[in-house]
Design a protein around this ligand. Structure first.
Ligand SMILES: Nc1ncnc2c1ncn2[C@@H]1O[C@H](COP(=O)(O)OP(=O)(O)OP(=O)(O)O)[C@@H](O)[C@H]1O
Ligand SMILES: [Mg+2]
Length: 339
């Protein structure tokens, strides 16, 4: 007997949940490599602080992009190191549940399974991000009742109407936190003639980002390079001006939410009308996003408690479904066996 593991392999962060222990890893999905001998220099938070600051001999890399693995070898190495930082390799880890975006290809799913089994796990089951997010947000996914969940991460926004443990209508789009950071970089370049890095843009978004002017107050100092003089410089960004670069990517999410509502079967629409929409994922905390969705849909919008960890907690709770697989159980089962 060993312990079961739940893994949320996110574009921005990797989270690991152990049965009986809860969340034991919550670290940036970054790995730093020494390019001279291909050895690993750092992983997780230690690698994250090196982003954009490495010498020519090293590279800090995100092995995932847009919700899917872009470098299988590095993803496997990163998962293995993060997992073994909390679980001794002597302890058996026979089974894992991992979450994947709702709309990815079989090849992309296989990459997730391979990267996890490469870390020493014998059996990997998959669950779709919005379903895991719903469980983590406290929704009873087994009931014959429709729930609408929108998980806004770093690489993808995954939205789905869920009923009876499965997905009725869903959509995965690449408009999420990273795309918003890119818009901030563009805005600062155009308005202030200033070049900033991705980390600086993300920090500004988290501190004073908003999608509607007036929803939060404050200023945040960003530092970068002046594109005209080439010299280091700084600017104090106002919260209100952040709506300028962030409104457009937020609007794309809003439009997809509206599309899903139009495609939802009427009985489920009725359920959603009573319960509203639940937002999860780190990006759901962007100021004013809940209000923007509420105004566009006329529905109640709730940000789940601890939204960033809903998916991994939901995966952890879904461990109980592994034993039901293949047992001819007539009940619903939100997971699929892959290995
Ligand atoms: N307070 C905040 N306000 C706005 N954005 C935030 C806040 N906190 C975190 N984020 C953003 O949330 C994103 C990360 O969310 P999350 O951890 O859910 O992503 P992920 O699961 O790694 O990515 P994905 O699900 O797309 O693969 C990042 O873009 C981060 O900048
Ligand atoms: Mg995620």
């Amino acid at each position: 007997m060993g312990i079961d593991v739940a893994i949320d392999l996110g574009t921005s962060r990797t989270r690991i949940f152990l049965q009986n222990k809860g969340i034991v890893v919550d670290q940036p999905s970054v790995i730093t490599i020494n390019l001279e001998n291909d050895s690993v220099v750092a992983v997780g938070q230690q690698a994250y602080v090196m982003l954009g600051r490495t010498s020519s001999k090293m590279e800090a890399i995100y092995p995932l992009s847009g919700g899917v693995i872009s470098d299988l070898e590095l993803a496997e190495e990163m998962i293995s190191l993060l997992l073994h930082s909390v679980v001794s390799s002597k302890i058996g880890m026979p089974r894992a549940i991992a979450s994947v975006p709702g709309e990815i290809t079989e090849v992309e799913k296989r990459a997730v399974v391979n990267s996890i089994s490469g870390a020493g796990i014998r059996r990997v089951c998959l669950i779709e991000d919005p379903v895991a997010a719903a469980i983590g947000a406290g929704i009873d996914i087994e009931s014959p009742h429709g729930s609408f969940v929108v998980d806004i991460g770093g690489g993808t926004t995954d939205m789905a109407v869920i009923s009876l443990g499965g997905i009725s209508v869903s959509r995965t789009i690449k408009h999420a936190g990273n795309a918003m950071d890119d818009e901030i970089i563009k805005y600062v370049r155009n308005k202030y003639n200033m070049l900033i890095g991705k980390r600086t843009a993300e920090e500004a978004k988290i501190k004073i980002g908003c999608v509607l002017p007036g929803v939060i107050k404050g200023t945040h100092r960003i530092k970068g390079r002046n594109l005209v003089t080439g010299m280091p410089c700084w600017v104090d960004l106002e919260a209100d001006e952040m709506a300028e670069p962030l409104a457009e990517p937020a609007q794309v999410i809003v439009e997809q939410v509206q599309d899903i509502l139009e495609e939802t079967p009427p009985e489920l629409t009725g359920d959603i009308y009573s319960d509203g929409i639940v937002l999860t994922g780190g990006g759901s905390q962007l100021a004013g996003l809940d209000l923007l969705i509420q105004r566009a849909t006329n529905l109640k919008v709730r940000i789940a408690d601890d939204p960033s960890t809903c998916v991994v907690r939901g995966c952890g709770e879904a461990i109980k479904y592994i034993d039901r697989l293949g047992k001819n159980d007539s009940g619903v089962n939100p997971i699929t066996d892959q290995y």
